[in-house]
Design a protein around this ligand. Structure first.
Ligand SMILES: [Cu+2]
Length: 132
């Protein structure tokens, strides 16, 4: 009985790995947890295989939706690049949802941070805030 249980657990783990490897975000700009001096101009996402980007939202530290020109497209691609408006200093969270060619949906989320553009990067003081 114990032997059977072990097999079931192993099979579940293998299946999870397969689902994870299916298609996912491999690169972004700004990168996950990146700290920027000043507003980024674009939000760029690279996925491991062609997908449809069905949802993409950007929220500031106060939970406000930042409007930019994202519209879901019918064509699949593994790269997406969207112009951003001027972002004020805050922490931002990006949420995305993709649909693979087999209609498999996957979503994820990452954060980045915009600091005031400074003459000297060394003036940046981390005592006032934290990053996660
Ligand atoms: Cu910082």
């Amino acid at each position: 009985m114990k032997f059977i249980k072990t097999i079931v657990i192993s099979a579940t783990m293998i299946f999870s790995f397969a689902a994870f490897a299916h298609s996912g975000l491999v690169k972004s700009s700004p990168a996950k947890n990146e700290m920027l001096q000043g507003s980024p101009q674009v939000l760029a996402l690279t996925f491991s295989s062609p997908v449809r980007l069905v949802k993409l939202t950007l929220k500031d530290g106060g939970g406000n939706d930042i409007k930019f020109g994202f519209k879901p497209k019918m064509q699949s691609s593994n790269q997406f690049s969207l112009d951003l408006p001027q972002l004020t200093p805050s922490s931002y969270s990006v949420s995305w949802m993709i649909m693979g060619e087999d209609a498999h949906k996957m979503k994820g989320q990452f954060n980045f941070m915009v600091h005031k553009a400074m003459a000297k990067a060394t003036e940046h003081d981390h005592a006032s805030h934290s990053h996660d």
